[in-house]
Ligand binder design. Structure first.
Ligand code: ATP
Ligand code: MG
Length: 596
């Protein structure tokens, strides 16, 4: 391909819309163009990268026994109602785009495909003899993300590979899950990415075990906690740890203390000379439940700990027996719109009376009270007195009428000790989630009555697994991991082209002839090559070549007359002066060796 025919438009300046380097470089290199919030056009260079990744994914999925398929993106609402996910995905913070057809039937645009595939397999597979099966597809997914950002990292339309496996028993599901884990590691390493597997929360997808694959990068949206011995690694949403020991609050008679304006743990600590671990902080929150109910919550947690909202949602779902689709902190404004009197926010105690909810227009009129283990284990602490500007000192749970139900609700954080070995400290790193594998179990097959006949001749719901990879997010994650100040440094396996031949001065006849000759010869040898034949200054062309990140560059310049060219490796800028024949031979050798 000739650069003059590539509709390449590169930008020198950093686009205002792009916050992180990979996003900036993809826009500047002419790889993507924003159409609207979270909606991007993949330009021809980008499409080549995406196709390369797709091919590697297909190969590994096929090797793992996958069958490629393509499922509809328009999905009928009734299937999602049967699985119990329609409301969670379309209301509150739900991310499914949905619409009505001209007959008034509701449809959703596929954010994921468990429902469709579970129905399909239930209708086509009848016996355990036909199992296991593993179906995969690569297609555009739609998610109405609340905060689309960082270009392809979190967009509203993106390319995903999703696979679904069906099994006669749990052991067989586990075997395929492990096989898929190996396939994922192969995919990331073949694409030139360093990705680590971490324990993960299963989220709204559901199921038992799940792991995410994280590309480590400072700009990553996820926080990963890893023990120094490497034996434990988890997304912070899921991570467990041992909290630091609290500082003892020396016993004395319970008393009420004046705490004017001291609403936060920090203010209270600095004015009352307390340590945060001596305080039980009480958070007033509201949970939105799938049946439309709104449940007020009082959550007690030790003052030095932070609430993990994912753990809270899981604990609530468990406790209530219904899916919780959103939580938020209760504000005075919300109290007013419910027609409630002011609450002593900033001085709440775990025993705030239910009468504060009397007359609420849509909220449930009793609190659901939960505590984190760290708060529940304190014997003597400070907490709010349910009166503005007042707290209680030397309190204990029996004075408060007992400990609320205990859960692990806190965020594990850097410096905590791990549970598997209390001598191992956890360390934080940031990561970009590029893949996620789940043991779904029988959640969907039960809900959608999708079953097979087992060995005993009885109908039984399928055991299922599901496995996603964000193809477009992964392409950008590769840029985040492989770039320098001049631009992208694509790993060769997913680079849009392997070589760029730059004719320094297109008006120089010998340069032009030698450049064309090299271009032809490399093509004949099945090397994917770009020829920069534009009538631009050499400096402009070199800058563009660096920016778009082609792994090898051949510069045909002043030495063309003597048949010599420069061969430059993009990643380390190593330069070799070679005859054109030597350059061709070196490229063939190096490229075939670097592509596994
Ligand atoms: P996240 O936590 O980042 O929102 P998720 O857990 O909802 O992602 P999954 O349902 O596990 O995502 O989807 C499988 C894969 O699809 C993810 O691992 C990720 O690589 C990719 N992906 C998910 N959402 C997006 C998005 N909005 N834009 C681009 N890729 C995405
Ligand atoms: Mg995920």
């Amino acid at each position: 391909m000739r650069v003059s025919r590539l509709m390449l438009v590169t930008l020198r300046d950093v686009p205002a819309e792009a916050e992180i380097t990979s996003h900036q470089l993809l826009v500047r290199g002419g790889y993507i163009r924003r159409v609207s919030a979270g909606i991007y056009a993949y330009m021809p260079l980008m499409w080549r990268v995406l196709n390369k990744i797709t091919k590697i994914v297909q190969q590994e999925m096929d090797t793992a026994g996958g069958l490629q398929t393509l499922l509809p993106q328009l999905q009928p609402a009734d299937l999602w109602e049967r699985s119990g996910r329609w409301k969670a995905y379309t209301e509150g913070e739900g991310i499914m785009f949905h619409l009505k057809d001209r007959q008034g039937r509701e449809l959703g645009l596929g954010p994921t495909h468990e429902e469709i595939i579970t129905k399909l397999v239930g209708e086509t597979i009848s016996s355990y003899r036909q199992l296991p099966i593993n179906l995969y597809q690569i297609q555009t997914k739609f998610r109405d993300e609340i905060r689309p950002r960082f270009g392809l990292m979190r967009s509203r339309e993106f390319i995903m590979k999703d696979a679904y496996s069906f099994h006669a028993n749990e052991a067989d599901l586990k075997a395929t899950y492990n096989k898929m884990k190996v396939a994922y590691q192969q995919i990331f390493s073949k694409c030139g990415l360093i990705a680590v597997a971490v324990d993960a929360d299963s989220g709204a997808i559901g199921g038992a075990a799940s792991q995410e694959f994280m590309v480590t990068a400072d700009s990553g949206e996820d926080l990963i906690l890893t023990s120094a011995d490497g034996k434990y690694s988890a997304n912070q949403e899921k991570a467990v740890s041992k909290a630091a020991e609290p500082l003892l609050l020396k016993g004395d008679e319970p008393s009420v203390i004046n705490t004017p304006g001291q609403k936060s743990v920090e203010e209270l600590c600095s004015k009352q000379l307390l340590n945060p671990s001596q305080i039980v902080k009480v958070l007033a929150m509201l949970a939105l439940i799938e049946d439309g109910k709104e449940q007020p919550l009082l959550i007690s947690i030790r003052g030095d700990q932070e609430l993990n909202e994912v753990k809270l949602i899981n604990a609530l779902t468990n406790q209530i027996g219904k899916l919780v689709i959103g939580i938020n902190s209760i504000t005075q404004d919300q109290l007013h719109s419910q027609g409630l009197r002011n609450w002593p926010l900033g001085s709440l105690g775990p025993d705030l009376e239910d009468s504060y909810l009397n007359g609420a227009s849509s909220w449930n009129n009793e609190f659901l009270r939960l505590s984190d283990h760290t708060a529940a284990e304190l014997n003597c602490f400070v907490c709010g007195a349910n009166e503005i500007d007042k707290h209680r000192n030397h309190m204990n749970w029996s004075l408060l009428g007992g400990v609320p139900r205990k859960f692990d609700l806190r965020k594990a954080k850097d410096g905590d000790f791990s549970l598997h070995n209390p001598n191992q400290k956890l360390q934080e790193t940031r990561g970009i989630e590029v893949g996620h594998i789940f043991q779904l179990g029988r959640k969907y097959s039960k809900a959608l009555e999708s079953s097979f006949t087992n060995e005993a001749g009885k109908p039984e719901p399928f055991w299922m697994g599901c496995y996603g990879i964000g193809i477009s997010r992964m392409a950008q994650a590769a840029v985040e991991q492989h770039h320098d100040e001049a631009g992208i440094c694509w790993p060769i396996a997913i680079a849009p082209f392997q070589v760029i031949v730059v004719i320094a001065n297109i008006k120089d006849a010998s340069q032009k002839v030698l450049g064309e000759k090299l271009y032809q010869a490399l093509q004949t040898n099945s090397i994917e090559v770009l020829l920069d034949d534009r009538p631009e200054r050499a400096g402009v062309k070199f800058k563009d070549a660096d920016l778009i990140g082609i792994p090898w560059r051949v510069v045909v310049g002043r030495d063309a007359e003597s048949g010599k060219v420069e061969l430059i490796k993009r990643s380390n800028k190593e330069v070799q002066l070679l005859s054109s024949e030597e350059a061709i031979e070196a490229l063939i050798r190096k490229i075939s060796a670097s592509i596994k």
